[in-house]
Design a protein around this ligand. Sequence first.
Ligand code: FES
Length: 237
Amino acid sequence: MKEITFKINGQDMTVPEGTTILEAAKLNNIDIPTLCYLKGINEIGACRMCLVEIKGARALQAACVYPVANGIEVLTNSPKVRKARKVNLELILSNHNRECTICVRSENCELQALAKEIGVSDIPFEGEKSGTLIDNKSTSIVRDETKCILCKRCVAVCANVQNVAVLGSVGRGFTSQVQPVFGKSLADVGCINCGQCIINCPVGALTEKSDVQRVWDAIEDPTKTVIVQTAPAVRSA
Ligand code: FES
């Protein structure tokens, strides 16, 4: 196989052709933050947390989808890179339900960990939030759009690993959502409750329904044992 030689943070490196900057960095124990990336399953360059600088290039590039090329010089931690990652993280957080203290994924959340690592302490961008629905009609999975960061890891795992494909993307731009097919509840599509979407969700957008929640479902509606709630949209003053 053809080999490619390039520089990463000033160090010479040789890797097989087709290796992405992210994978090359991993081989060199260089940490590049990621959120949407799942090796071989979800390599879509969506979250832009893995941005790196390539000397001489006008725009920063997503390391998870950018293959190395002969002679390029990559910087993974330049001031420009750190600033762009911080702004991107602030933008993601601006559309995320940040009630972390009552989230079951608190202290086990990739977004929260990255915010601490990158040093995001407050969010300069506030406005209307795009996701409002909490679907807890399924007997085992709660899907909370207010926490979804649109990384689509759940979509890829559901379709490409489990071959179930009941989750998909709808809308564009601000109206983008990850939802079960036809906008239905997870309870009303062919979800097999395998839980792989929960395991691969980096935040608290997909969580396991607790036994306590199941009991409350039964108390509130003994005929169905289910409820669908809609959280109010949050708008800036
Ligand atoms: Fe590269 Fe999300 S990890 S864009």
